[in-house]
Write a protein that binds this ligand. Structure first.
Ligand code: S3P
Length: 464
């Protein structure tokens, strides 16, 4: 049974929940045919993945029953739902006609999470496991955390180290990867943490623990990462002080239930935007997307490349500004330079932006993108290899990615890509087929279930 077939409307609190697992990755190959027509019309992408995770986790931590709507129904978010159920939250959400999840989550509040009976499997979801460490650190329980083969390779020391400074313990000692277990404590001490990386997962884990620590916890980042946590916590009754690149919480606060409406995911929107930018004749509107500046760095990069892209604010979902992103194809794109400070605002969009850069005139440089090596796969290596198949020279120089664009690039016939179980690579390489002139085959295209299960249906609908 695929993860997306698992029922989500039954409350469970007593067992480890097997969640999304890319260990189940198929050997299956999917043929992606060129779209018969340009992309035109309007589309609504599914709920934002980062905000969906937070809506589930924060509701689980709260006293009372929160109402969530527009939640992304994807394998990753189901990992968060499975995890909080295993810890005692009651999740009663149902699939809506638009594919999103809406319903109630009754949190554990001041009673704290219950001791699960087995390991929590976080599937492919880095956000689930890393945020969960911050959720668990303030409670006297020991929880084993694991994930699929991809997640078991990803670095966890970056989260464990600051949480240890606060008083949590990890086993095995010095654990760098999953599986590991975390033992929390009611006696957490606040820290002031100079983070070596701009990571919202790291920042959030520390802040969530800090809410229960004695004293004020602060996180300083080398560049501002996405700020959904800072924007959402006040709705749950938790005061946060923040400025770009820093955030502080006072200890001893408690979470109260809240209503959360999740806007569309800019990272999913980026694939539609880039598809329209690449397919001649296209002109689309992507509606109800979060326009949070910490997330729409890809729009700024496409603007600099000369793409016809614009954003129109239409309102907000909670504290998140949202609106419409409009994109039309233009004949000529130019290379641009993307600076290290911008990377956090487009980190998940680099594979698809790299594909657009492959069509632009000149050499595009993405500076300081070493983090790509420790995403769901080594995306830096995958981009260089995948663009090479298109006949595009791309290379890494230290932590910088260079792409020598080929204006008028036509992908050769018979191309085959491997998603390596990485959802963003599956969508990126599929655009070679969808927007090109020859079909491409993609091994484990189904990895898209992690963030955008309806991706193929949405893009094909725009081309009808
Ligand atoms: C996320 C933060 C980013 C991003 C990930 C989701 C989040 O990771 O790549 O897809 O929801 O906080 P890092 O915090 O590791 O940069």
């Amino acid at each position: 049974m695929s993860t997306n077939d698992q029922p989500v409307s039954t409350a469970r609190s007593d067992a480890a929940v097997p969640c999304a697992s890319s260990d189940a990755a198929t050997e299956q190959t999917t043929l992606i045919e060129p779209l018969a027509r340009p992309l035109t019309g309007a589309v609504r992408v599914p709920g934002d993945k980062s905000i969906s995770h937070r809506s589930v986790l924060f509701s689980a931590m709260a006293e009372g029953t929160s109402h969530v709507s527009g939640v992304l129904d994807s394998a990753d978010v189901r990992s968060s739902i499975g995890a909080v159920r295993a810890l005692g939250a009651e999740v009663n959400v149902e699939k809506q006609p638009d594919g999103s999840l809406t319903g109630d989550i009754r949190g554990w509040g001041s009673a704290g999470p219950s001791q699960p009976t087995g390991a929590i499997d976080c599937g492919n979801s880095g956000t689930t496991v890393r945020l969960l460490m911050g959720v668990l650190a303030p409670w006297d329980i020991t929880v084993e955390l694991t994930g699929d083969a991809s997640l078991r390779r990803r670095p966890m020391r970056r989260i464990a180290a600051p949480l240890e400074m606060m008083g949590a313990r990890f086993a095995p000692e010095g654990a760098t990867t999953l599986p590991l277990s975390i033992s929390g404590t009611r006696d957490l001490a606040a820290i002031s943490y100079d983070s070596p990386i701009a990571s919202a997962q790291l920042k959030t884990a520390i802040l969530l623990a800090g809410i229960f620590a004695s004293g004020t916890t602060g996180v300083y980042e080398p560049a501002p990462s996405r700020n959904h946590t800072e924007l959402m916590l006040p709705g749950f009754g938790v005061a946060v002080e923040s400025a770009p690149g820093e955030a502080f919480v006072r200890g001893g606060q408690s979470f109260h239930a809240c209503d959360v409406d999740v806007p569309g995911d800019p990272s999913s929107a980026a694939f539609m935007a880039c598809a329209a930018a690449l397919r001649p004749g296209s002109s689309i509107d992507i509606e109800n997307v979060s326009l949070n500046e910490a997330r729409i760095g890809f729009v700024r990069v496409l603007e600099r490349m000369g793409a016809a892209i614009s954003v129109k604010p239409t309102g907000s979902a909670g504290e998140e500004p949202c609106g419409t992103i409009s994109v039309s194809h233009v004949e000529h794109l130019r290379a641009c330079e993307v600076m290290g400070r911008e990377i956090a605002s487009l980190v998940d969009e680099i594979p698809v932006l790299a594909l657009v850069a492959a069509h632009a005139e000149g050499t595009t440089v993405f500076h300081e993108v070493g983090e790509l090596r420790v995403k769901e796969t080594d995306r830096l290596a995958a981009i260089v290899e995948g663009l090479g198949k298109l006949g595009v020279h791309a290379w890494a120089e230290g932590d910088d990615l260079h792409i020598e664009g080929v204006p008028g690039l036509v992908a050769p016939a018979g191309l085959a890509f491997d998603s390596l179980g990485d959802h963003r690579l599956a969508m990126t390489w599929s655009l070679v087929g969808f927007t090109g002139t020859h079909p491409v085959s993609i091994r484990d295209f189904e990895a898209v279930r992690v963030s955008y299960p309806g991706f193929r249906a949405d893009i094909e609908r725009l081309a009808k």
